[in-house]
Design a protein around this ligand. Structure first.
Ligand code: PLP
Ligand code: COI
Length: 341
């Protein structure tokens, strides 16, 4: 298989149109078999539920080329389960997780020439998504939906790769208590855009969102969960029912405990205690694990001892072990790696 002629090592996190995408339609109460197609455009009616009331959800995952030349994905069953949860909460028809995984495999296989080579630092980002294609004008769920999978080769999500980030505590809220923060609804991202544009305009890389009810607890950023490391090397992650249950975070907590022998804790994290942590990172499929050097709370700077030049030592070990597992250099726990080819 001849790879596409791309400068893999200099890719950013941006969309590049690839050859094939998977499409399945839900009509008359059932999903059709779905197919791979070449057309990258979508035609829907002007009154489609997604256009009027934002009825849409999505997933994010990656395919990797391993050291021995296989193409693999990482825990796709968990993305399938999370998409099922998103669909239920948004009154959309569930796309069964077994068929979800099958669609991922088919789309990656069909775009093998776009899977970045081992060692390039790039990966193939996989974006499964679903939207209401049927017409609605009264506020209610549509009757027709489309499920699609597109893939696009990507480099690091944050410019500068591993340079520690500076975050600000946002005055905007990402997710309401009992709202949709725990699912991957498109609307969560639409309403985070003003907050992220504002943060960027003020010179910050990202927002730290707090719990809207009390504004005393750490939640997450617009696209990643937090991990903290205490001065005695315990790995701590915020517990909240309104943050997205990150698959990367769940995997890193297992890596910390089982591979690195560290103590781990999922608990409420107060803004007040940020100054006491030794290291901080953002974790997610796109972010992998990106170090945070500084958090600015309305003019007050909280600087982590890990500094603004390199990843802290624990975050670095977590990063190296997770990417080692994903790229086949380190043996994975059973069921984590799905070999595509
Ligand atoms: N939090 C939010 C809001 C996200 O959009 C993402 C990305 O998917 C994550 C966390 C990280 O989740 P995961 O590790 O499953 O990619
Ligand atoms: C991911 O990490 O896959 C995400 O969905 C985060 C962001 C690109 C929206």
């Amino acid at each position: 298989m001849e790879k596409k002629n791309i400068d893999w090592t200099n890719l950013g996190f941006a969309y590049i149109k690839t050859d094939k995408r998977f499409v399945s339609n839900f009509q008359n109460g059932k999903w059709d078999d779905g197919a791979l197609i070449s057309d990258a455009t979508i035609t829907i009616g002007e009154c489609a539920g997604v256009l009027q009331y934002s009825q849409s959800c999505f997933e994010g995952m990656k395919a990797y080329t391993t050291e021995d030349g296989h193409i693999v994905t990482f825990r796709p069953d968990l993305n399938g389960e999370r998409m099922e949860d998103s669909c239920r909460r948004l009154e959309m028809p569930v796309y069964p997780k077994e068929r979800f995984v099958d669609a991922i495999v088919k789309t990656v296989e069909a775009n093998e020439a776009w899977v970045p080579p081992y060692g390039s630092g790039a990966t193939l980002y996989i974006r499964p998504y679903m939207f209401a294609s049927g017409s609605v004008i009264g506020v209610k769920p549509a009757n027709e939906y489309q499920f699609r999978v597109l893939v696009t080769p990507v480099g690091p999500y944050f410019k500068g790769g591993v340079k520690p980030l500076t975050l600000c505590i946002s005055d905007f809220d990402r997710a309401a208590p009992n709202g949709t923060g725990h699912i991957k609804a498109g609307l969560n991202y639409a309403m985070s855009l003003h907050a992220s544009v504002t943060a960027h305009a003020n010179g910050f890389d990202e927002n730290m969102f707090l719990d809207p009810a009390t504004r005393t607890k750490v939640e997450e950023t617009g696209g990643a969960n937090f991990l903290f490391v205490t001065k005695d090397n315990k790995v701590v992650t915020p517990k909240s029912s309104s943050i997205l249950p990150s698959i990367t975070r769940r995997s890193l907590m297992a890596v910390a405990e089982k591979y690195l022998g560290l103590e781990v804790e999922e608990r409420t994290v107060y803004v007040e205690e940020l100054k006491d942590f030794a290291e901080c990172g953002l974790c997610g499929t796109a972010a992998v694990i990106s170090p945070v050097g500084k958090i600015v709370d309305h003019g007050k700077e909280i600087c982590f001892p890990s500094g603004m030049t390199n990843m802290g030592p624990v975050i670095q070990k977590l990063h190296d072990t997770l990417t080692g597992i994903q790229m086949g250099r380190i043996e994975a726990p059973a069921g984590w790696i799905k070999v595509i080819k």
